[in-house]
Design a protein around this ligand. Structure first.
Ligand SMILES: Cc1cc2nc3c(=O)[nH]c(=O)nc-3n(C[C@H](O)[C@H](O)[C@H](O)COP(=O)(O)OP(=O)(O)OC[C@H]3O[C@@H](n4cnc5c(N)ncnc54)[C@H](O)[C@@H]3O)c2cc1C
Length: 372
């Protein structure tokens, strides 16, 4: 840390930027968040908000420990952020069902269960079709069964991001709604961040710009391979049905949410920085929804959202000191898992910036150096 006006400027007011700022401020650092639009106005505000810790890029090897640690950390972190901010992020532990509709899916899931069942937190187990429907009456009764897990976390992602932002502000963090245009540099040191008409001085800078972080490669000359992966979600209303657990099938999902609506998704679209909703996505999501929960065929569409996941070149988060820079750091690239992994990414990042030993497992696999 230096004696500059601010110890750290965090670029990006998504979940990664806001949590990093909160954790740094909690350790006594003076921090400014620089956000081009508004807090949680992109993926962090429009994600599904579920925490599937036992699957995804890098799982089980090398990220299982990191993923489970991140999940456990949300239990205490969500309560802490709620207490400090007064914003309830609706953190909840509930059931998660991964449906199998084809014999090869059932075989694949059972194979993964051989190691998943050992992660005590989730009590993952195979259930046949009757038990699946008993556990979740909306699940497709024609399924071949599925993996049922308990204690899977979920949040309302916008409120969680807002809770982190407001908790950070309570600890003195400044929120500046301006776009970062580049870095102020002196050799391998960052002196601050350029904005239109001026600059913000800082002892260290964090790049937490979600899918836009790749653009900062030009600012710092280091490879930060992150691209946008668009995803859409439908929010639906049904007069009599709710989906108490989260049901998953082939990368899509459905669950009832704290706003009283049923949320269903999703898509994976490589279309650049386009955040518009589309009719094709709506039809695809409805098709997937009916495969998971056919009784919801007459649900009424209330809202459709689209946002951009920050996807790294290998699908795993990028967390650490930017190669070649003394005081420039990055936290991004978590793709479909950025809400779940936010706690591990941001605690790891805060520890690295503060020079503290980190208890977050697996951070070595996330270092940006791997893309050099
Ligand atoms: C449809 C969908 C569903 C999802 N569901 C889940 C889920 O169920 N579980 C899960 O774990 N994850 C989920 N995700 C992924 C998760 O939402 C993201 O990985 C996570 O929100 C990324 O957070 P972030 O802070 O890195 O980026 P963002 O939320 O994109 O925030 C980055 C911020 O940086 C700002 N910014 C960019 N450039 C600049 C600049 N030059 N100056 C200032 N500010 C700048 C942007 O305005 C933005 O606010 C989902 C994503 C999508 C799209």
């Amino acid at each position: 840390m230096t004696n500059a006006a601010r110890d750290v400027v965090v670029i990006g007011g998504g979940i990664v930027g806001c949590m990093t700022a909160y954790l740094l401020a909690k350790s006594g650092a003076t921090v400014t968040i620089l956000e081009a639009d508004s807090v949680g106005s992109h993926a962090s505000g429009f994600a599904f908000g579920e925490m599937g810790s036992l699957e995804g890029a890098g799982i089980p090897d090398p990220l299982l420990g990191f993923s489970v640690w991140s999940h456990q950390r949300h239990v205490s972190l969500s309560a802490e952020l709620q207490e400090v901010s007064g914003v309830d992020p609706f953190f909840h532990l509930g059931a998660r069902i991964k449906l199998a509709l084809q014999p090869e899916e059932a075989a694949d899931f059972k194979k993964n269960l051989e190691w998943q069942k050992d992660i005590a937190d989730f009590k993952a187990r195979w259930l046949g079709p009757e038990d699946i429907v008993k556990a979740e009456p909306q699940a497709n009764p024609d399924c071949l069964g599925g993996v049922y897990s308990e204690n899977a976390g979920s949040v309302e992602p916008y409120r969680y991001t807002l809770a982190a932002a407001q908790a950070a502000e309570k600890l003195g963090v400044d929120m500046v709604l301006r776009r970062a245009r580049g870095l102020v540099k002196d050799g391998d040191r960052c002196l601050g961040v350029r904005i239109d008409g001026g600059q913000i001085d800082a002892g260290a800078v964090v790049l937490a710009m979600g899918p836009w972080t790749g653009q900062a490669s030009e600012w710092c000359g280091a490879p930060l391979p992150v691209t946008p992966l668009k995803g859409q979600i439908l929010r639906l209303q049904h007069a009599s049905h709710e989906v108490k657990s989260s049901i998953y099938y082939k990368g899509s999902y459905v669950s009832s949410k704290p706003d009283g609506l049923i949320w269903a998704g999703t898509t994976e679209e490589e279309v650049g920085f386009d955040e518009e909703t589309t009719g094709e996505a709506r039809d695809k999501i409805m098709h997937d929804l009916l495969a998971m929960a056919p009784a919801l065929a007459d649900a009424e569409l209330v809202q459709q959202t689209a946002c951009l996941r920050p996807l790294s070149a290998d699908g795993m988060p990028i967390v650490g000191q930017v190669p070649g820079w003394e005081n420039l750091y990055v936290g991004t690239g978590a793709g479909r898992k950025g809400i779940l992994w936010s706690s591990g990414m941001t605690q790891g990042l805060a520890d690295i910036i503060l020079g503290a030993e980190s208890e977050v497992p697996g951070l070595g696999a996330l270092h940006p150096q791997r893309f050099q």
